[in-house]
Ligand binder design. Structure first.
Ligand code: SF4
Length: 245
């Protein structure tokens, strides 16, 4: 399997855990705020990180490392190779979290029912209509697949998180109001402030992210739907807007 990026240890990707982060190439979406341009366009131009090197590193960490996060791109595109990678990591033994865009529920089901993951995180990009998903992801998505992935994850009993990226003019108050009821009963919702620099859409690079105050309003809107609701990326908020009046 081609692995296109590796972070030895991160405290940010899996809350409460010290985890390595493994980046797999390719994605079936083209989200306008995506920062993984290098992974979704021409990943073959990126140098691969040898799997043996990654596994050796993780084996050498003993109790210092809790697990590995497998992200992308969209990891489920790698199908059985993804499952093999997970088996290798769990044999160390380490815990595994997979991040997905939820467009391939059959693979979400495989990961969950096969006991391949200890936790899962899924992006929910837009209200669950074909038009809204197309507007945000630049792709035609079967939103019933998204709905099915959400349901499978909520019913899994595993630690899980649904992530919503907030972008002024693209995903804001109205969109959040429509997305949140779909997530009712979730363990955790994470609201992510978008980062304008280097995102896929040149137009979005000119857009100022939401202020800290606005993010807090959004957090209060989403909080009743989940056991816990967190905000990430407050530091992307424009400084002037983040100061109290
Ligand atoms: S799902 Fe969207 S944000 Fe994630 S890698 Fe694919 S295009 Fe980028």
């Amino acid at each position: 399997m081609d692995i296109k990026g590796f972070i030895q240890s991160s405290l940010l990707e899996w809350e409460g855990k010290i985890a390595s982060v493994i980046f797999l190439p390719g994605c079936n979406l083209r989200c306008r705020y995506c920062h993984a341009r290098h992974l979704i366009y021409h990943p073959e131009r990126l140098e691969s990180v040898p799997l043996d090197q990654i596994l050796d590193y993780m084996r050498g960490q003993g109790d210092w490392l809790d697990g590995a996060v497998i992200t992308g791109g969209e990891p489920s595109l790698h199908g059985s190779e993804l499952l093999e990678l997970i088996r290798d990591i769990r044999a160390i033994p380490l815990k595994v979290m997979v991040e997905t865009n939820g467009t391939r529920p059959e693979w979400v089901e495989r990961l969950l029912s096969g006991g391949f993951v200890d936790a899962i995180a899924m992006d929910v990009k837009a209200p669950l209509t074909r038009e809204d998903y197309a507007r945000v992801t630049g792709a035609i998505v079967n939103v019933e697949d998204i709905r099915r992935s959400i349901r499978l994850i909520k019913q899994s009993g595993l630690p899980h998180e649904f992530r919503i990226t907030l972008v002024p003019g693209l995903v804001g108050r109205d969109e959040l109001k429509q997305i949140v009821p779909e997530l009712e009963g979730a363990r955790q919702i994470a609201l992510q402030n978008f980062k304008p620099d280097l995102c896929l859409s040149p137009a979005l690079r000119q857009v100022a992210p939401y202020s800290v105050d606005q993010l807090e309003v959004f957090r209060r809107m989403a909080a009743p739907a989940a056991d816990r609701c967190v905000v990430r990326g407050r530091d992307h908020a424009p400084l002037a807007a983040s100061r109290p009046a």
